[in-house]
Write a protein that binds this ligand. Sequence first.
Ligand SMILES: O=C(O)CCC(=O)C(=O)O
Length: 267
Amino acid sequence: MPGHVTNEQIADYAADGAAYLPGLFAPWVDTIAKGIERNMREPGPYASENLKPSEQGRFFDDYCNWERIPEFADFIRRSPAAEAAAGLMRSKSAQVFHDHVLVKEPGTGKATPWHQDAPYYFIDGEQTVSFWIPVDPVEEATLRFVAGSHRWPKFVLPTRWLSEQNFYPDTDEYIPVPDPDAEPGRYRIIEWRMLPGDAVAFHYKTVHGARGNLTGRRRRAFSLRWLGDDAVYANRPGRTSPPFPGHGMEAGQRLREDWFPTMWRAT
Ligand SMILES: O=C(O)CCC(=O)C(=O)O
């Protein structure tokens, strides 16, 4: 059985679609923080600023850069992340999907909208996990989850974070985006105050969001997405996010190893 996660964390992950992994990446905080700084200094083609001109602060995100950012490549290859991901997914392997940097500078009021990642991704399968790893202490601005939403029968409507437009045309296919803060008691929300190097692990179908960062401290986070044994390519009704142009994969295929390498395999 893969190491680095406890049976209790694996059970929480299966039941709630999210689990807290305190201290798992503490030795890697400086490496990740250097990678985030490099990513912000040298943004990639997908880098986004997620605020309207009238909004205060800065909410930067970028993804799919790990192969050109040595700190991220080192983390992905040598940290316990791949093995811990396999353990949580109850998978015999862990294949890297993509990295994602999300930075809310001090005084950024903008909330990260409630959403699932799965509808934006070209992935089918139940063995999926993302790690969200802050490199600053987070309290109010932590990531929040709707417990059990990874078992909902339909996807939640995917929307664009800045324009709030629908991502795909056929909105009837989806559950409307929930607003748990407007309906207290309807959903069970789970969230943790976190220290640098802690992680939360969550399923691609778990509904999640975050408040703004109204503190005087940065809120820098690194998300890393993994695929397990049953994950395959799926067609979506439009461009996915991330898009990975020219990937050449077809529905039902395993993701190509030259772009999405397996980083851990049970021996
Ligand atoms: O950092 C945030 O505010 C959102 C993170 C997120 O949605 C993710 O990592 O999937």
